[in-house]
Design a binder for this molecule. Structure first.
Ligand code: C2E
Ligand code: MG
Ligand code: MG
Ligand code: MG
Length: 282
């Protein structure tokens, strides 16, 4: 009898589903007002060169901290924004804020540290996000090399000729283009040579598993090797332990990013680190 009312019951299932929908509806309503309510901000996570510990680039990561509720993770609200047609507004805010911040850092005498922003599929595949990015960069008085973009392989594979032309154009101008979460998409390796990319960011699951078995280690090493041989910048994502870091050093991986090195943090908390440029890579 108890089963009929429990979580596993049909009724429980419908209730759960209904709650989920309700939560999403409420989130979308609040997300639509998040910009004007100043609830969004960017955190930045260093990408560190493994030979000398130099802070090479930063990745901008969007944060939503509603006034009246717990922070919501981008893994939850970005897909919602895509479905609800809000992603262009959010994306433009991110673009503009990252460029504004980069210009402020440059004015403070810190330069040569690139800021990379994430672009999702619906931003890149429809509309004119890439063109707006170029305009945004020059509006803030930046060089194209001051800003980079990160796209997943699935987005790159879905790109039609028009989008590829836009990417090639940006790449020629000097904007860095990275394949994010490399190795997790559904693609063959041959696509790599056709795409206008300059960096590979190896997904953190490969970094995580590499210290577990010889096979997993071989997969990580192969990914690093492919990137290098194609002349791409290679970044290992999600480095959480000293052991993972030294493994990556042995593999001569160029750059690493992860909690073990630095957590994402607000711009104010980064200036000193950026001034030093060489950060302590343990
Ligand atoms: P991503 O682009 O792959 O970003 C890396 C994610 O890994 C970030 O999560 C970062 O905080 C997290 N991370 C960094 N180091 C470590 C580590 O050592 N261990 C673990 N477990 N995680 C680590 P976050 O900030 O929650 O972002 C999640 C995803 O949301 C991003 O994945 C990206 O796909 C998307 N995202 C974030 N900001 C934006 C944005 O401005 N626009 C778009 N379109 N997507 C964004
Ligand atoms: Mg990313
Ligand atoms: Mg990633
Ligand atoms: Mg990811």
């Amino acid at each position: 009898r108890a089963k009929l009312d429990g979580r596993g019951s049909v009724q429980g299932f419908h209730q759960h589903f209904h709650d989920q929908l309700l939560r999403r509806h409420r989130l979308v309503d609040r997300l639509a007002r998040a910009i004007e309510r100043h609830e969004l901000r960017l955190h930045y996570q260093p990408q560190v060169a493994l030979v000398d510990g130099r802070l090479a680039h930063l990745e901008a990561l969007l944060r939503w901290e509603p006034d009246d509720a717990e922070p919501v993770a981008p893994g939850e609200f970005i897909p919602l924004a895509e479905h609800a047609g809000l992603i262009d507004r959010l994306g433009d805010w991110v673009m503009n804020e990252a460029c504004r911040q980069q210009a402020e850092w440059r004015a403070a005498g810190v330069d040569g540290i690139r800021v990379d922003i994430n672009l999702s599929g619906s931003q890149v595949l429809g509309g004119d996000t890439l063109r707006r990015l170029e305009a945004c960069v020059s509006r803030h008085g930046l060089c194209p090399a001051d800003i980079g973009i990160e796209l997943t392989e699935n987005v790159l594979i879905a790109a039609d000729e028009r989008v590829l032309a836009g990417l090639r154009h940006l790449r020629r101008r000097g904007v860095s283009i990275a394949i994010d979460d490399f190795g997790t998409g559904y693609s063959s390796l041959s696509y790599l040579k056709h795409l206008p990319v300059s960096a590979l960011k190896i997904d953190r699951t490969f970094v995580r598993d590499a210290t577990r078995s010889a096979e997993d280690r071989a997969i990580l090493e192969a990914a690093v090797f492919i990137g290098q041989r194609l002349g791409l910048e290679v970044v290992a994502e999600g480095v959480e332990t000293a052991e993972q870091l030294s493994l990556l050093r042995e593999m001569r991986c160029e750059l690493a990013q992860g909690y073990f090195l630095h957590r994402p943090r607000p711009a104010e908390a980064l200036l000193d680190l950026m001034r030093d440029a060489v950060v302590d890579a343990p």
